[in-house]
Write a protein that binds this ligand. Sequence first.
Ligand SMILES: [Zn+2]
Length: 85
Amino acid sequence: MSLRSAIEDFLANPPVQSGFPCKIDRIIADLPKEDAKALADLIDNANISASAISRLLMSHNYDVKPASIIKHRKRGEANGCRCKK
Ligand SMILES: [Zn+2]
C-alpha cells in the first residue's frame, strides 16, 4: 500500500480517543490480581458512595478524588473515562 492510500485509509477511519484518561484504571493495573478484583468490584458497587471509596483509598495513600471514581463508573459514556465497559 502506498503512503498516500494509507493516509487516505487512516483519515477515513481515524483512531479517536474519547473520554478522560483514567486514574482508577492505572491503580487497578498495578495491584495484585486479587486486590485489583476487590477494588474493581468495590468501585462498581453502586450502593457505596464515591466519596467513601475515595476516603478509603486516600487512607492507603492512593490519591483518588470522588470525581475519578464517578468517571470510572460511567466509563464508555460521553462523560466517563476512557476505560472499556
Ligand atoms: Zn476508568
